[in-house]
Design a protein. Structure first.
Length: 184
């Protein structure tokens, strides 16, 4: 995915742009963004939902029905539910995490924010998120829309990616660097 001035490219970018434009036209941008946040969390927490979106053995009709049922159970808005049906019909549910990321980048650009992907070893508290946003605002000169992810394998610290910038202060990276130095 490329992101240049709010324009995203690639398969996920095309779907995200279509959803963004539909949501903007229906004045439902906030509702769709909230639904996608709920969906992203559900994909992370539910192995069954993640399998549904990535399994090649589930046919289109079954995937569409299952996604409709899951959407209703999660309380997703109507536009997002229809969009998931289109993804299932086109066998593109596997691209859902990337589509959500691209959609978030489009909404951030529209609001004049910088999109930042933040990976931490454990979920960040509200105070930590507020402090991180303040630091990013000071460093980037713009408000940051955070895409928070949890990856216990980084052991501690943060990995922050904004556009082509990467700030890796994870414990895993520091330990790997130390191991390389000690090998000589």
């Amino acid at each position: 995915m490329q992101n240049t001035g709010g324009i995203v490219a690639g398969l996920s970018g095309r779907y995200a742009t279509a959803l963004f434009e539909l949501a903007q036209g229906a004045k439902a941008l906030d509702a769709v963004a909230a639904s996608l946040a709920t969906l992203r969390q559900a994909l992370t927490e539910s192995p069954d939902l993640a399998t549904l979106t990535t399994s090649p053995v589930i046919d289109r009709t079954s995937a569409a029905q299952a996604m409709a049922a899951a959407s209703n159970a999660m309380g997703l808005d109507a536009l997002t539910t229809k969009f998931l049906g289109v993804l299932a019909a086109n066998r593109r549910l596997a691209a859902l995490p990337a589509i959500i990321t691209d959609f978030n980048a489009l909404t951030a650009a529209q609001r004049g924010e910088v999109s930042a992907q933040v990976t931490s070893a454990h979920p960040l508290s509200d105070e930590q998120v507020t402090a991180l946003k303040a630091k990013l605002r000071a460093g980037l000169g713009a408000d940051a829309a955070l895409d928070l992810r949890v990856d216990p394998e980084i052991l501690g610290g943060l990995i922050v990616r904004t556009g082509s910038r990467l700030i890796d202060s994870s414990l895993r990276t520091k330990l790997n660097t130390l191991a390389s130095v000690m090998k000589g």
